[in-house]
Design a protein around this ligand. Structure first.
Ligand SMILES: Cc1cc2nc3c(=O)[nH]c(=O)nc-3n(C[C@H](O)[C@H](O)[C@H](O)COP(=O)(O)O)c2cc1C
Length: 170
């Protein structure tokens, strides 16, 4: 039987930096792509959410995120995945924060056993692309098969469906 795939993502709605301007995003960029992938794959959706929320202010959030990165923090999640055995393929989405994913994604990756699973990363960003996030996933999940990811600029998310569709079909 073909297993469903999982679309797991972290995304921060609210104030963000898009195309050189600070704007308010009622739905986060990565969340929009995650929803597209979920629809196209008919997979399950899992939102990686932290108990502690980040500041509303974009600049303050960049400072908190930088501290978490340098401390190698593991922010606690509101919910943990308890059915990894149901999936063989996991699409993993996140915004690029300081060249990699938010530390909540580390918490997520360390909370299940991804041995033998295929992880397909996707990220949204403001110019840094995937950064070194794919390498970082491999570091945290050395027994998973981590594929090359898809990077989409925040400002292009709304018109990205065609790109996402053709990426998935490969
Ligand atoms: C804390 C923080 C750090 C960021 N660092 C980077 C970065 O290093 N490179 C980059 O291209 N974009 C960076 N960005 C921009 C985000 O990657 C981009 O706005 C993304 O689309 C946000 O996705 P989201 O709405 O799903 O959270 C950063 C944004 C935040 C909030």
């Amino acid at each position: 039987m073909n297993k469903k795939c999982l679309v797991a993502y972290y995304s921060r709605k609210g104030q963000n930096y898009v195309n050189g301007n600070i704007i308010n995003l009622p739905v986060g960029n990565t969340e929009k792509i995650a929803n597209m992938i979920r629809e196209l794959t008919e997979g399950d959706l899992f939102e990686i959410k932290t108990i502690k929320s980040y500041p509303k202010d974009y600049m303050e959030t960049t400072r908190v995120a930088q501290d978490e990165l340098s401390e190698n923090a593991r922010p606690e999640l509101t919910e943990y995945l308890d059915n990894i055995d149901d999936y063989d393929v996991i699409y993993l989405g996140y915004p690029n924060w300081w060249g990699t994913f938010p530390m909540a994604v580390c918490t997520f990756l360390e909370s299940s056993d991804f041995t033998g699973k295929t992880i397909i990363p996707f990220c949204t960003h403001e110019g840094s692309g995937m950064g070194h996030s794919e390498r970082d996933i491999r570091g945290l999940c050395p027994t998973a098969n981590v594929e090359k990811g898809l990077a989409i600029r925040g400002g292009s998310v709304s018109s990205a469906e065609k790109i996402v569709r053709s990426w998935i079909s490969k």
